[in-house]
Ligand binder design. Sequence first.
Ligand SMILES: Nc1nc2c(ncn2[C@@H]2O[C@H](COP(=O)(O)OP(=O)(O)OP(=O)(O)O)[C@@H](O)[C@H]2O)c(=O)[nH]1
Ligand SMILES: [Mg+2]
Length: 679
Amino acid sequence: MAYSTQDILNLALIGGAGVGKTTVAEAMLYKAEAINAQGNVDTGTTASDYRPREKSMQHSLVPTVCSFDCGSRHINLIDNPGFPDFIGRMLAVLPAVESVAIVVDANLGVDSHTMKIAQYASDQKLCRMVIVNKIDAENVDLEAITEQIRETLGSECLPINLPNTDLTDVVDCFFENSAGDTNFSSVEEAHEQIIDQIVEVDEELMALYLEEQELPEERMHEVFEQSLREGHLVPICYTSASSGAGIEDLLTIMTRLMPNPTEGNPAQFLNGDTGTEDASVDLSANGHVLGHVFNVVEDQFKGRMALLRVHHGTLRNGAQLFVDDARKAMKIQHLTQLLGEQQTEIAEAVAGDICAIPRAEDVKYNAVMHDSHDEDSVRMRPIDLPIPVYGLAISAPDDSNAQKVSEALQTVAVEDPSIAVEHVVALNETVLRGLGEMHLRVVLEELREDHGLPIDTRVPAIEYRETITTSAEGHHRHKKQSGGAGQFGEVYLKVEPMPRGGGFVFEDNIVGGVIPGQFIPAVEKGILQVMVSGAISGHEMQDIRVSVYDGKHHSVDSKEIAFVQAGKRAFMDAVAKARPIVMEPIVDISLNVPNNCMGDVAGDLSSMGGMVNGSEVQPDNSVEIQGQAPLRELQTYHSRLSSVSGGRGTYSMQFSHYAPVQAQLQKELAASFQPVEEE
Ligand SMILES: Nc1nc2c(ncn2[C@@H]2O[C@H](COP(=O)(O)OP(=O)(O)OP(=O)(O)O)[C@@H](O)[C@H]2O)c(=O)[nH]1
Ligand SMILES: [Mg+2]
């Protein structure tokens, strides 16, 4: 079907694990006749969960694009993983869509994870709808769940259809105002609530409505879209993806009401080398091509495929595109549209569309692809992705595989924005970091099984940091006379603590050239050596301002090496007087545990020097706990939580901040530190 920007609907299914996103996607694809038979997650036959590991785990692990036509619309539906550990993968696709459907399990309602991701969608200014799925399940109380959705996600959530009395179908409350007995509330009440809500975004229309008690038909669509855009209306609809109830109505709502790319809020691009200036992109199908890579998929046989959302212009097969600020263009060949695993080559993708670019070896997640150097500095406004902290030190058991393991790790990091691979030089350790135990387990399984790589793991060393807590002055005179030429350099400096995140600031406050300008970089170099290797415990230093304000030089003996040494020693002298401390990473941890072990889990957390900041009983009688604890104690938390919760607890964590370690630990770290002396 030929389609234009106005026909496109980009929508991401988001929500917790197991709520039925993949099954809803499957039911929609089947209803729209995009697939011949409705598959099932339990038998591993869905279009979306096609990867072997998704089939064996019966959970989605990677976002999957399913593009299909329905009526006059071209729908790009993105099914996402629901596990909190994979939240980074889900968040990364949000800049590609105008709308999200938050899927809620009719049995369980909204939990804190769902609230969190719904908040992300709202912060991204995406149009939202809610799908209450599994209405066929036993003993569901849909009225109570609807109330809970409105309490947790906002009173702007309003039913746009209602389940019928025996929950085998739904009754439309918006288009036809059709008759039919409903499970709760009434068609008239739901209809009126929606109309009352949408007229609020337009004062003139509101006045007209109050006068005539009716809305002009031709204005209805426009105010509905405005309400979605402003987050003033979040329609709720009901489905049973397994029985098919409500699926046809869901498709009708999506095709008739959910925004096309020009009706949603525009993606937020930045321009300029500083990355602060807004760059508006107007979705015109003419002119320069500009797209954003929201996901990258590695296939060990087919290579890397970049998933691109076109934001401007029309991308044609064979076009030449620049990747970010690269000078050389890459030729786009085999432009593709995806329906799960199925790939269909297409001739072009218009502004607003989502497509895939195979053999995109040099393209990374978040790249901007464009066909004119005018757009070299355009970037997507960064989304606030969680910082991965759960780490495992990785090594190959033998040297022959070391290179392959290292390459495979880089590949994994390209696919998932919440995976970080870092080489800690000081410890000579390669550390793979993710959001939790399951996250890394899945990634390591992929490496071991799919790539056939033997990989050893162990608990990584903690990356402590050093800083100072007060201002102090330091001085060093470096003087050396060894046979012929001598070395001379003298430095006076002052150190000051900076707020967390301040990094390192170096100020040259020398007057009268007492240290000649050409030696200042040498002084800074000496100081940086200590900043990197640490002064008291062998860990990197941070949040320090250094001002070099006096010194001496010698016309013959002053040389770079002398000022490096003088800078280094003067800095160490100042740090020693500035009450240095060692800090450790503290993480935010979210736990879900059975209610009856809440006390044990909280007690265990506090025995590790952590604390509970809040807890909430969930509809399934589990408890969500939010807390903080030192990463040092959480490195092997998986087995610990497993024993306290009888194997039924789950958790994920992300970096929060650095905090001082206790005095005893600082003493131990300092005692085991042996600075390398070089003169
Ligand atoms: N009774 C009932 N079961 C359903 C329904 N929809 C899905 N399920 C079942 O619920 C389980 C989870 O469904 P999925 O579609 O995999 O859920 P998901 O949200 O994609 O889960 P993740 O991929 O882990 O995020 C499967 O066993 C489905 O068969 C429904 O409407 N009614
Ligand atoms: Mg799924």
